[in-house]
Ligand binder design. Sequence first.
Ligand SMILES: CCCCC/C=C\CCCC/C=C/C(=O)SCCNC(=O)CCNC(=O)[C@H](O)C(C)(C)COP(=O)(O)OP(=O)(O)OC[C@H]1O[C@@H](n2cnc3c(N)ncnc32)[C@H](O)[C@@H]1OP(=O)(O)O
Length: 310
Amino acid sequence: MKLSSRIPFRLALKQTPEQRSSSIDTYQRTMLHSNLLRLVARGGPKRLMSTATKLTTVEVNDKTGIATLTMNRPPVNSQNVQLLEDLQKSITEIENNKSRGLILTSAMSNVFSAGLDIHEMYNTNEERLRIVWTELQNAWIALYGSSLPTAAAINGHAPAGGCLLATACEYRVMVPNCRIGLNETQLGIIAPKWLMSGFLNVLPKRVAERALTQGRMFTTQEAFEVGLVDEIANSKEEALEKCSAFIGSFAKVNSLARGLTKLQFRAENIKEFEKIREKDVANFIALASRPEIQKDMGIYLENLKKKGKK
Ligand SMILES: CCCCC/C=C\CCCC/C=C/C(=O)SCCNC(=O)CCNC(=O)[C@H](O)C(C)(C)COP(=O)(O)OP(=O)(O)OC[C@H]1O[C@@H](n2cnc3c(N)ncnc32)[C@H](O)[C@@H]1OP(=O)(O)O
């Protein structure tokens, strides 16, 4: 069940602030309850499985019971609507198939994900912008709000939306000589609070504020030093092993207690996000439609293409 589809937010908007807050608490309780049922159901035997959507694959290791979710949209896993929808489908599938945990990684050799597909936001209409942003929100909340242990094997660059997915996970392992960060201010745009929340979870506030205002892209080594990534691995295989070891560290912990504890830590951010998600879509449409932002996107795309040809 998708977290995003369970929120009676349109109804909540018509209520008083007190009623709204109580609806959100009801939502939280429902969310915790459904995650609880899923956790109870996860007690059964492990299964060997390999499935695919158009742009993602899921492979469950039959020995560890850990699922690896691989993004596969060449050349750079830029996040178009299809990839964002496929991510949600795969996350839901992993939550329902008794996996012990989820590792997110990329099929590309040097890119984890290049963030939102800028082509999806350039020269388009409001309806498309609404779909793009809603699916980004949905993919983020599916990963951030999962009660499963989650880890990112960051086998390449992870700017903007790539960093968003990595920081929605509980643990990050990155290969050397790549970059990760939220570079929005470098692009002249402001990332909303929910988009920063994973980042804010893992970095000291002072470091996060400076990085976000600078739009800083950390090298692997720098990211490790500030705690944005937990470990460095010499290859994708090693990154996957380290992620598996992290998930394996919960083997002797009651999975129900673990999952609910995680969700309690994240509940405040999720609640805040649910309060503003519709307004956030409207804000994004307004920002991305502005002529000067559209002009900048065109220039940015041109520069990316030129760089690619060099
Ligand atoms: C830009 C303004 C956006 C305004 C939006 C308004 C509102 C708010 C949004 C707030 C949140 C936004 C989140 C985002 O995620 S925006 C996207 C930010 N992403 C980036 O800035 C990354 C850009 N890409 C790179 O830096 C590099 O491509 C790389 C990921 C480091 C990989 O480098 P390399 O392996 O050398 O590959 P190339 O640079 O040669 O790229 C290969 C082809 O892929 C195209 N490409 C790359 N990134 C994107 C992208 N994000 N969207 C669409 N297309 C992308 C690139 O143009 C090349 O295409 P070509 O083969 O046709 O030349």
